[in-house]
Design a protein around this ligand. Structure first.
Ligand code: SF4
Length: 423
């Protein structure tokens, strides 16, 4: 008897779906469905590929069932619900289109698992607007980059691809000046290719706003009489303010999810207002590191189709956004919803909230649940098990994801569309 042998297949220029940078240069080897990163990976993507996908089945309250039965029960739960919540929303553009269709159909509320961070940006954009830049612009033009409250370590290839990228078109990459402001930041990546250390202003995350406001005051030509601000010497801030004015193309980078304290949107607003002020005399822009699990795609899809970014309710027959009331946490705490669908198709580490209402979980195979949902359906991962599209952190590029292996699991979109057909 002959043994069937399979050749390993090497795929180039593969976009990675596991954080919002969506690096599109990975080299991946597929050996009988086992994926290995050959080039251009990082710790996050290695962790995702280190294990083969576990065998998982749809289940009703923990008992295995067919996919048809699981979809039928899920559709029945949604049909009987008067205020459903579609949360998690870890999916790609096609999955989000189905989420929007379903939400409109059943009068649901939609909220993403990383909305707490995304909303901080939304509030600023809706209130006073901002001047933002892209990854390519930073790579090719920026000479002065301030990291406010983030070290970008949740985006492991940001420095390699954007800051110290030797293929930069216009800037002298080696001479880029890097500044960090904030607490518990790993500043090692900010050391330049010539060995110049970054400037580090250490302060509490909550104090970043004070520092930014004082910088704005100095740059606007006003006097500050306090010698120390948030633990930083005024002379240091005056020097930084001069460097900002002299920059040819400055950027302030923040990650809204890492500014995790009450009213952090005011810190983001101060950053954006400082950026706007600086554009009177030089080029300056903001840049945001958005988080993963398709949050940029979910937010954009919601805005394209409903006119509002996330935390939208469709129960009145038209979309209504309320960033406080429509949070998953508040809706569950206030008992304002009577059924929950939780979607997470990128990582098995995302756990749905445990709620005392009928719960449907569409999640990556092997997701460890600390309760038995009414319906569990394992789903395929976009960019791994099926092709798709995701929007990058700078919100201007949508990348086409590739299918890297055969999978027995269906996409979020396929499952939701079948539910919609039954409702
Ligand atoms: S930095 Fe992000 S997008 Fe790039 S390879 Fe790592 S996880 Fe993937």
């Amino acid at each position: 008897m002959k043994t069937k042998t399979h050749q390993a297949v090497v795929l180039k220029d593969v976009p990675c779906p596991f954080c919002s940078l969506i690096c599109d240069d990975l080299v991946i080897q597929n050996s009988d469905g086992k994926l290995t990163v050959k080039e251009n990976g990082c710790a996050i993507v290695e962790a995702h590929f280190s294990q083969s996908p576990p065998d998982d089945t749809p289940a009703l309250k923990g008992k295995s069932c067919s996919i048809d039965k699981a979809i039928e029960v899920a559709a029945r739960i949604l049909k009987q619900s008067s205020q459903p919540l579609l949360a998690g929303l870890g999916t790609d553009i096609r999955g989000m289109r189905s989420v929007m269709r379903l939400a409109d159909n059943i009068g649901a509320t939609i909220d993403h698992m990383h909305s707490d961070g995304a909303i901080r940006n939304t509030l600023v954009l809706q209130d006073l607007g901002w001047v933002m830049t892209t990854m390519s612009e930073i790579k090719n033009r920026a000479d002065f980059i301030i990291f406010a409250g983030t070290d970008a370590s949740n985006y492991p290839r940001f420095f390699e691809r954007v800051i110290w990228n030797k293929d930069s078109l216009f800037s002298d990459v080696k001479k880029r000046k890097i500044v960090y402001i904030g607490d518990k930041l790993n500043t090692s990546a900010g050391k330049s290719l010539e060995g110049t250390l970054p400037t580090v202003l250490k302060c509490e995350q909550e104090e970043i706003n004070e520092i930014i406001s004082v910088l704005h005051t100095i740059i606007a030509g006003n006097k500050i009489h306090q010698p120390i601000i948030a633990g930083i010497n005024l002379i240091t801030l005056q020097k930084l303010a001069n460097q900002m004015k002299e920059a040819k193309y400055g950027v302030i980078v923040w990650a809204p999810g890492e500014l995790n304290f009450p009213h952090a949107e005011l810190t983001i607003q101060s950053i954006c207002e400082l950026v706007k002020y600086l554009t009177r005399t030089t080029r300056f822009a903001g840049f945001t590191l958005a988080g993963g699990d398709g949050v940029m795609s979910a937010n954009s899809l919601s805005a394209w189709q409903s006119g509002f970014p996330l935390r939208v309710n469709f129960s009145k027959g038209f979309p209504k956004q309320d960033v406080g009331r429509n949070s998953t946490k508040n809706l569950l705490k206030n008992k304002e919803v009577d059924a929950l669908i939780w979607i997470s198709s990128f990582s098995s580490n995302n756990n749905p909230p445990k709620a005392n209402i009928p719960t449907i979980v569409l999640a990556t195979p092997g997701t460890k649940l600390n309760f038995k949902p009414d319906v569990f359906i394992p789903v395929a991962t976009p960019g791994i098990d099926h092709s798709g599209q995701l929007i990058r952190t700078d919100n201007v590029v949508s990348l086409t994801l590739k299918k890297l292996r055969d999978s027995k699991y269906k996409s979020v979109s396929d499952i939701l569309n079948r539910m919609i057909d039954l409702i």
